[in-house]
Write a protein that binds this ligand. Structure first.
Ligand SMILES: Cc1cc2nc3c(=O)[nH]c(=O)nc-3n(C[C@H](O)[C@H](O)[C@H](O)COP(=O)(O)O)c2cc1C
Length: 198
């Protein structure tokens, strides 16, 4: 829990607490338990409330859960096979890619769909998708879930994007219920990052 000595309103304390308790976890820390559909929908809804310049809402999400993860397993395997890893044609390496999809109960792709006639530069649209990702991650944290935004070569591969029907893939967010204690994390003190002009 965040302990603050200031008389902040309860809603602020709750938000600050969720922000502080969101943690990146290894996939091995997740229980296999499915995330209820209504929880997933609430998380996605939180994503769509992200700020976006010009109301372009440039995000699209593909949700992989349950048996649907078989499709994601193929996406991972094909993206890996198309990459430059030395063992990309190795059967065991491809199986490991497929197996990864089953290790988290819920995967949400973070897709960028630029408007047909872009009004804003691409970086702004990417930033909007990142805001959506953070909204979803925070909402998931509030539901007791943990996970990771994964953005390695397979996760942002143009091949994976094409298989998902996405012009650009900014990675995936995997989520699940943690089996144990969340790892701790640190941040540099504000004094190293903030300049006050008063
Ligand atoms: C855009 C983005 C991409 C990330 N990609 C990865 C990744 O591919 N692999 C990984 O282990 N963590 C990834 N992370 C998570 C960071 O490593 C993590 O946020 C950082 O270690 C701090 O941990 P915390 O989130 O628990 O505070 C990513 C985070 C962001 C914002």
């Amino acid at each position: 829990m965040t302990t603050l000595d200031t008389p902040f309103p309860p809603a602020a304390l709750t938000v600050l607490d969720v922000i502080r308790s969101r943690r990146t976890v290894d996939i091995s820390l997740l229980k296999p338990d499915a995330v209820p559909r209504e929880v997933v929908e609430a998380i996605l809804e939180a994503g769509t409330w992200a700020p976006n310049h010009g109301r372009t809402e440039p995000w699209r999400f593909t949700v992989f859960t349950g048996e649907g993860r078989a499709q994601l397993a193929e996406v991972f395997a094909q993206a890996y096979a198309a990459g430059s890893a030395p063992d990309r044609e190795d059967g065991a390496a491809l199986e490991a890619q497929r197996a990864r999809a089953w290790r988290a109960p819920l995967w949400i792709s973070l897709e960028l769909h630029m408007p047909e006639k872009p009004k804003m530069p691409e970086w702004e649209e990417q930033a909007a998708v990142a805001c959506a990702a953070q909204n979803m991650w925070l909402a998931a944290t509030a539901f007791g879930l943990a996970g990771k935004w994964v953005s390695g070569p397979v996760m942002v591969s143009p091949v994976a994007a094409e298989l998902l029907g996405a012009p650009k893939l900014l990675g995936l967010l995997f989520l699940g219920y943690p089996a144990g204690e969340l790892p701790s994390s640190t941040r540099a003190p504000l004094s190293e990052k903030v300049t006050w002009v008063e």
